[in-house]
Every structure is written in structure tokens, then in C-alpha cells.
Design a protein around this ligand. Structure first.
Ligand code: ATP
Ligand code: MG
Length: 306
């Protein structure tokens, strides 16, 4: 978090709102004095078209990404609500300039942890497993490979790093030290409950929910509430179920094109150089936009009209 401006960010002036902070992808605003929301403890969360990869905000935005992520999050919040899980969204009546890509949310006291659930092994979980047979210290069976389904979903928290730093996987014990044992248990329960619910909805839509990252906060009454974006291609790995084949990287509805291009010889970029990544070719931008749209359509069963 913080007020540093990410690369390529433009902070819009929005009537009735005062800019409060910039994340890698989102801008947060607070109600302006005298505005309709003044005096209420809410934030306006505006999703930009910025995309981050390997801890860099890229110079090339993905057109409509902010709308797609916001609309998909809202759809998921409805699914959670239907299952009796409360969330932070209060209203989608937002300023015209950010229509579709913003939501008014309860201003929560955020828990400083990223709550990740994994039902399948890949990414940083796979890297740790190959090293030690564990993921965030949890011992897994032998013989698993990239894309393997886990015997049961696991909770694998990570620390929420300051902007520019890596989020680091941490053990449940470290989470408990950071936030308290009782809260750690509640975070694990809430995260796995949402994963199990969402995994089933995804499965019915022909999508494997390999893993997902959630953020929680406390509302003024002290209720632990799911916040931020939920179950989007930025926060989750979605794999088309029909092509699932453990043993290699799975095709997925996310930033795969971006990551693949950035690490290819063509980009000329060295991930470990500390340098900003180059601009994305137009076809990578287009393919990525299409993947985000595909995810929305598969999951919700409706086409997003832009
Ligand atoms: P960072 O903020 O560390 O840069 P990020 O890049 O993931 O993380 P964004 O997704 O761009 O951040 O911005 C969203 C920010 O808003 C996050 O810091 C998130 O914790 C915060 N946030 C989400 N929901 C709420 C809420 N209901 N109340 C207050 N803050 C929230
Ligand atoms: Mg975020």
C-alpha cells in the first residue's frame, strides 16, 4: 500500500471522492466532505486496467481489465452472499467516469495477510514441494507433480509485502505469530470455506479453481469480512477442466501469456535484473484481454457487454 504512484497510474479526480491511496492495480478513495457518503465509513475501490507480473506493474495496460475484474468480483460476492457469507460491497452506484470498474465498500481494518487456498499444486507451492515435500510447512504426499490435485484443499498464507516487495509464503505458525492464534484459525476456516464453495461452482462451469488468494478485514462491529477482489484471474488460477493434464504447466485463464512472454527470449528482459519490464506486444495484450473475458464468460455463463 501507500501513496507512491505505480508506473502508468493516473489518479482520476472523481466528484464526491478524495483519493486516498494507490495499490498496484486499484485506487482507493474516501468520501469528500459534504458528499452523499460523507460521514459513512466507506471506500470507493476503483480497478484500473493496470496489470502486474513478477512484482512489477507493467507499462502496458490491458483494456477493460478493470471492468472485467470488478464485474466478476461482484458476481462472486453474490454467490458468497447466497451461501450466507457476508462481504464488503455496499453499492455499485459510482461516479460515471469509473462506472463498471468501481464499487463502494465498507472501510475495513484489513488483516495483514494474504489468505491463499490451494486445491492443486503449482507455482510457489510446487517450488517449495520440490525443495522439501511441503507447502508452507504442510507435509504433502510423495509423487505429486505440476498440476496435481491435492488430497484436500490446504490453507497456505503469505505475508502481505509493501509495494515493490515480494509476498512470501509463511507457515500457519508464523501467521499465528503475526496475527494471533485465534484469528489465524478463523482465517483458515473462512478461506477454506470460500474455496470449497467456489471450487464447486467453478467445476460446474468446467473450470478448475487451482488456487485463490483472499483478503479479509474487520468491520466496525468486529465481524471478519471478505474484502478486496474475489476469485478473479488476478487473484486465482483458473484452468479449463477439459485440458487438465498434470505433469506440466496448465493452460489458464490468467496472466500466463504475459508471464510467458516476459520470460521468453523475445522480450529481452531478465527477471532478476531489477529493471522494469518492457512494453507488451499488441498481440500479448489482446490475448490476455481475451483470456480475462473468457474467464468471465465461462464462470458466469453470460457475455460481458463492453
Ligand atoms: P498493495 O495495496 O499492497 O499495493 P495490491 O497491489 O494488491 O496491494 P490493489 O489490489 O491495487 O493492491 O489495491 C487494493 C487495496 O485495497 C489493497 O491494499 C487491499 O488490501 C485494500 N482493500 C481491499 N478491500 C478493502 C476494504 N474493504 N477496506 C479497506 N481497504 C481495502
Ligand atoms: Mg490486490
Amino acid at each position: 500500500s501507500g501513496d507512491a504512484q505505480p508506473r502508468g497510474a493516473t489518479v482520476e479526480e472523481l466528484p464526491g471522492w478524495v483519493h486516498a491511496s494507490s495499490g498496484k492495480v486499484r485506487e482507493l478513495y474516501r468520501p469528500a466532505p459534504g458528499s452523499p457518503w460523507d460521514g459513512q465509513d466507506v471506500v470507493l475501490m476503483v480497478a484500473s486496467d493496470r496489470i502486474s507480473a513478477y512484482d512489477h506493474v507493467l507499462g502496458s495496460p490491458i483494456p477493460d481489465k478493470g471492468i472485467i475484474l470488478t464485474q466478476l468480483s461482484l458476481w462472486w460476492f453474490d454467490q458468497l452472499e447466497a451461501a450466507g457469507i457476508s462481504h464488503h460491497v455496499v453499492s455499485v452506484e459510482v461516479p460515471e467516469a469509473v462506472a463498471g470498474r468501481a464499487m463502494i465498500c465498507r472501510n475495513l481494518q484489513m488483516v495483514e495477510a494474504e489468505c491463499i487456498a490451494r486445491g492443486y499444486l503449482t507455482g510457489s507451492g510446487l517450488a517449495e514441494y520440490r525443495e522439501s515435500g511441503t507447502v508452507t510447512g504442510l507435509v504433502l504426499p510423495e509423487g505429486l507433480t505440476d498440476g496435481s490435485q491435492l488430497p484436500e484443499p490446504i490453507f497456505t498464507p503469505s505475508s502481505k509485502a509493501a509495494q515493490g516487495d515480494h509476498d512470501e509464503n509463511i507457515s500457519f505458525e508464523t501467521l499465528a505469530e503475526n496475527v494471533g492464534a485465534e484469528l489465524a484459525v478463523r482465517l483458515r476456516e473462512a478461506t477454506l470455506r470460500i474455496y470449497v464453495l467456489a471450487e464447486e461452482i467453478c467445476r460446474d462451469a468446467g473450470v478448475i479453481l487451482a488456487d485463490t488468494k483472499l483478503e479479509f478485514g474487520f468491520d466496525p462491529a468486529g465481524a471478519l469480512t471478505v474484502a478486496d477482489e474475489v476469485l478473479t484471474p488476478d487473484s486465482s488460477r483458473f484452468w479449463p477442466a477439459e485440458s487438465w493434464a498434470p505433469g506440466a504447466a496448465q493452460p489458464s485463464f490468467d496472466k500466463q501469456f504475459v508471464r510467458d512472454w516476459l520470460t521468453s527470449a523475445e522480450s529481452g528482459w531478465d527477471r532478476n535484473s531489477g529493471q522494469a519490464p518492457p512494453a507488451l506486444p499488441q498481440e500479448v495484450v489482446e490475448a490476455t484481454r481475451q483470456r480475462y473475458l473468457d474467464a468471465y464468460q465461462r464462470l458466469t455463463g453470460t457475455e460481458l457487454l463492453l
